[in-house]
Design a protein around this ligand. Structure first.
Ligand code: DX5
Ligand code: ZN
Length: 223
């Protein structure tokens, strides 16, 4: 099954509750929440208070993507705000094991994200402890960029590695995904699809999400 995770970064912030309802009604599975600190990435988004507010408006699974330095400082805050899973960047901490432990101590799904310049070897040791890996298909920091196709090689290698090692791993692609290229992502082995602009900026989000799910069915990972 492929999960569609609209990224709130592309929503109209003046009407958040309506925007979230729109994608929930349109068939989204997760709500992807991009947390940016203006230091790890050159942009600032929103924090745990906003997450806590929108938590009351929706049943969607909250997929929190931390793009912040030293993420362990904020794990508890995002747990209390209503995260269902928390993903941090392997590049953002000296001690990924400690961050994994901190997230897992809340019985929460743990994810690690890798930026385009980071090779997959940087995260292989942690895979047995993870529920999800996020392969960044753009430089983190901004929505609306173009998907970097070479990143799908990382997805392919990770999917093969997970299968060979008997790991049950969700692989998420994040950045520049749209109905035209989503098939390449699922064909490479991704099963969680983040899409900000493609869904929130569309007048027909239901068709976009439906189209992505259909395309995923037609393009399964074949090895
Ligand atoms: C980028 C974020 C992405 C981004 C995706 O740093 O992690 O989640 O919002 O947006 P689109 O789909 O517009 O590239
Ligand atoms: Zn993201």
């Amino acid at each position: 099954m492929t999960y569609i995770a609209p990224s709130l970064l592309a929503a109209d912030y003046a009407h958040l509750a309506d925007e979230i309802k729109k994608v929930e009604d349109a068939g989204a599975n997760y709500l992807h929440l991009d947390i940016m600190d203006g230091a790890f990435v050159p942009n600032i988004s929103f924090g745990p208070e906003l997450v806590a507010s929108i938590r009351k408006t929706t049943q969607l699974i909250f997929d929190v993507h931390l793009m912040i330095n030293d993420p362990i400082r904020y794990v508890d805050r995002f747990v209390r705000a209503g995260a269902d899973m928390i993903t941090f960047h392997v590049e953002s901490t000296d001690d990924p094991e400690a961050v994994i432990r901190a997230i897992a101590s809340h019985e929460m799904r743990v994810g690690i994200a890798i930026s385009p310049k980071t090779p997959i070897e940087a995260i292989l040791p942690y895979l047995p402890k993870l529920s999800q890996v996020t392969v960044m298909t753009v430089e983190p920091g901004f929505g609306g960029q173009e998907l970097m196709m070479p990143m799908l090689d990382k997805v392919r290698l990770l999917r093969r590695y997970a299968m060979e090692h008997g790991l049950k791993l969700d692989i998420e692609v994040d950045g520049g995904v749209n109905p035209d290229n989503v098939g390449y992502c699922t064909g490479a082995g991704a099963n969680v699809i983040v899409a900000g602009s493609a869904i929130f900026k569309s007048k027909k989000p239901r068709s976009v999400i439906f189209g992505m799910k259909e395309s995923a069915k037609l393009n399964p990972f074949l090895g």
